[in-house]
Ligand binder design. Structure first.
Ligand code: NAI
Ligand code: MG
Length: 371
């Protein structure tokens, strides 16, 4: 039996193409693994009314880790319209598979490395090497939202004096989203960031928050972070407000090392940081829990390029590298990263976003040739 069982979920659109590229590289690495392909994405929403079928969840439960490509999702009305005729009018509603996976497997860390590989013409600056720990299960994306506003919720909110200003607004003219943060949620993401910093000889951890305005949720995060930081005296702890952080990341991205943030703030700074090092063709992520992890490029299914084999597979190759590291195969992870770095530096095989005309699989072949 193989040492690892790995679920492969290509999804749809360019998801299929970038996963094909990743498999070329993984197969060349001779990882002692068995790969199991699973269904996910738009096709299964339309045909079955579920973009993440139960059989796929079962498959994930029987594997050690997952590599995921990309899927299409559409606004509520469009999703309903594209359902198979026999499924229409049954009250089915589209749920984001990736959000569901995060909740189901308690994948509370969204890990986003952003490194400027030398020779990448898309680098905003050289020597950027950031790692972002975004909380993945709560905060502003916990999903507790109201519209129209139920009377009981309004009543409960009236416990707060500031709610007086909204007392008379009709229920259908007011929407409320919550930001729910727990001590456990804050502590485990901050601790994960510090543990990573310690293991990887990183110099600093920056908490990205807004406790001066979001006094209660931001305040909790700050208190917890200070307490955890005290356990790691050798790692510098920096406190930054999210708005200022966006400026600093553009001004002096080289000054930062490990960043940690709540879900929404982490989402925002992750995309900002990704663009500093080449954008969607380079942005990879790990959704990581204590027992399971799903690795992915952060881009979507890019429908306008689907079937053309022209998009950059490097984000997915880097996601595969993250998966190797997480599995404990750091030697192979390093070899893969080195091969990717060499191909970028040589500049001979580049997809359109890097100014070249190479095809998706040609990039994968070039990387595989260096392994
Ligand atoms: P997208 O990320 O699919 O593509 C936006 C644009 O970025 C593309 O048109 C292309 O110009 C560029 N791009 C994306 N990936 C690239 C790559 N590997 N190499 C070079 N260029 C690349 O975002 P968009 O167009 O907003 O969404 C398309 C669909 O994907 C939607 O249905 C959306 O809901 C879904 N989506 C899925 C995600 C996922 O599966 N995790 C994440 C983001 C969007
Ligand atoms: Mg995002």
């Amino acid at each position: 039996m193989a040492k690892y069982r790995i679920a492969i979920l290509p999804g749809d659109g360019i998801g299929k193409e970038v996963i094909e590229a990743a498999m070329i590289v993984l197969n060349r690495l001779n990882l002692d693994a068995e790969y199991f392909y699973g269904d996910i994405g738009w096709e299964f929403w339309c045909k079955e009314g579920n973009a993440l079928p139960e059989r796929t969840i079962k498959l994930l439960k029987e594997t050690d880790a997952c590599l995921f490509g990309a899927i299409t999702s559409k606004p509520k009305e469009d999703a309903a319209r594209e359902l198979a005729p026999e499924l229409q009018g049954k009250g089915l509603s589209y749920v984001s598979p990736i959000v569901k996976l995060r909740q189901l497997f308690d994948l509370y860390i969204n890990l986003r490395p952003c490194k400027a590989y030398p020779g990448n013409p898309l680098n905003y600056r050289e020597n950027i090497d950031l790692v972002i720990f975004r909380e993945n299960t709560e905060g502003s994306y916990a999903g507790v939202e109201f519209y129209p506003l139920p009377d009981q919720v309004r009543e409960a909110l009236m416990l707060h004096p500031k709610m007086k200003d909204f007392k008379e607004v009709p229920a259908d003219q007011i929407a409320v989203s919550t930001r729910i943060m727990t001590q456990k949620g804050c502590e485990r993401i901050v601790r994960a960031a510090f543990e990573y910093a310690q293991k990887n000889n990183r110099k600093s951890v920056t908490l990205v928050e807004k406790p001066n305005v979001l006094r209660e949720t931001g305040g909790l995060m700050l208190r917890v972070a200070r307490k955890v930081a005290a356990e790691y005296p050798d790692i510098k702890f920096i406190e930054a407000n999210v708005d200022a952080m966006c400026m600093w990341l553009v001004k002096n991205p080289q000054d930062y090392d490990v960043l940690v943030a709540e879900n929404l703030f982490g989402d925002i700074i992750s995309d900002l940081a990704a663009q500093l090092v080449g954008g969607l063709g380079f942005a990879c992520a790990g959704n990581i829990g204590d027992k399971y992890a799903v690795f992915e490029p952060t881009h979507g299914s890019a429908p306008k390029y689907a079937g053309m084999y022209k998009v950059n597979p490097i984000a997915t190759l880097l996601a595969a590298k993250m998966m190797l590291d997480w599995l404990g195969e750091t030697g192979k992870g390093q070899v893969l990263e080195q091969a990717i770095a060499e191909v970028i530096k040589e500049g001979k095989v580049r997809t359109y976003d890097m100014g070249g005309s190479a095809k998706t699989l040609e990039v994968a072949e070039a990387v595989a040739a260096k392994l």
